[in-house]
Design a protein around this ligand. Structure first.
Ligand code: PY5
Length: 306
């Protein structure tokens, strides 16, 4: 039995619900060999009364853009993927916090790199999920690998193959005893974490690298920029140097899995006084309330499942 089948009963594959044990692919699946897939990571939050999926539509929109960038032809509209997600969550009957993983990938039929004739498959799975990074703060290392530039791959696509860049980077950070990796872009400016965007706070002003710093344009990043501005903070999207990260008053990472995670140490040096900063904590709390449907102002970001 797959370890995953202890966590969920049904997966949604190519239009129908299938038992977890049947949610399998052939070893000659194109995407397994060449990284020809696009995916999403989405969270659903159970607040005791209902399960709310956070920015579901935006995630599915991004997946369709990713597919276009990579050249995978997806015969689904955003609404269909949204409905399929709700369907698979309901089928499993989750009443706890979950992580949702939609993926579209080149299937079977050729060993060639030409994907024009390969059938594209789509799967949506969901399973109970807790914290991805320590919510009380992580120690990060700026690794020697650089984030793949947009002149080498369409990095606005959340594509499976691109993640080898993240895997080797995280391995380097972990090997040296850190929790997470930070990658510089090809020019040497701060880009992002292995699976998170980065923010710093200096003298009360919040800053995050721009889209041109080879980042994945995170949906959590977008949410945090909006929330922070609504709270009255100045948020700049601008190039950030390694030195600015080292000497920041506060720093944090954002991502669906990471949510808002304080960075308490960079390359062995404490960030600020080595504890999560006040602005980071405030944003963490505000974000927590929003995803749990406790803040009516941001209800349009939530899709109720039941
Ligand atoms: N940058 C990278 C490289 C990412 O993989 C992610 C998300 C982000 C930024 C943040 O994007 P968003 O806010 O839209 O989630 N990473 C995935 C996630 O689910 C996978 C992590 C293993 O958070």
């Amino acid at each position: 039995m797959s370890v995953w089948c202890k966590k969920f009963r049904f997966a949604w594959i190519d239009g129908s619900l299938v038992e977890c044990e049947k949610a399998q692919v052939h070893v000659l699946t194109h995407a397994l060999h060449y990284g020809t897939g696009v995916f999403e990571g989405i969270r659903g939050y159970w607040n005791g009364e209902n399960l709310y999926v956070f920015r579901l539509r935006e995630h599915m929109e991004r997946m369709l853009v990713s597919a276009k960038m990579v050249g995978l032809k997806l015969d689904y509209k955003v609404e269909q993927l949204v409905d399929a997600t709700v369907e698979v969550i309901k089928a499993n009957g989750f009443k706890e916090n979950i992580y949702i993983r939609p993926i579209a990938f080149a299937g079977e039929g050729t060993i060639s790199l030409d994907i024009s004739g390969v059938p594209v498959r789509v799967a949506i799975t969901a399973f109970p999920f807790g914290h991805y990074l320590k919510p009380e703060g992580v120690r990060v290392k700026i690794v020697s690998w650089r984030r793949i530039p947009s002149f080498s791959l369409p990095i606005s696509a959340k594509a499976t193959g691109i993640y080898l860049n993240s895997v080797v980077s995280l391995a380097e950070a972990k090997k040296e005893g850190y929790d997470e990796a930070v990658l510089l872009d090809w020019r040497g400016y701060i880009s992002e974490g292995s699976g998170e965007n980065i923010f710093i706070v200096r003298k009360g002003v919040i800053a995050t690298p721009p889209v041109t710093a080879s980042i994945l344009e995170g949906i959590t990043r977008d949410s945090v920029i909006k929330i922070a501005r609504d709270l009255g903070y100045t948020v700049e999207e601008r190039d950030i140097t390694r030195d600015e990260l080292h000497s920041a008053n506060e720093a944090f990472m954002t991502g669906t899995a990471a949510e808002i995670t304080p960075i308490v140490e960079v390359d062995g040096k404490p960030v600020g006084d080595g504890k999560p900063g006040p602005i980071t904590i405030k944003l963490q709390k505000e974000y927590g309330d929003i995803v749990m449907a406790k803040n009516k102002k941001y209800m349009e970001w939530l899709t109720p499942v039941y």
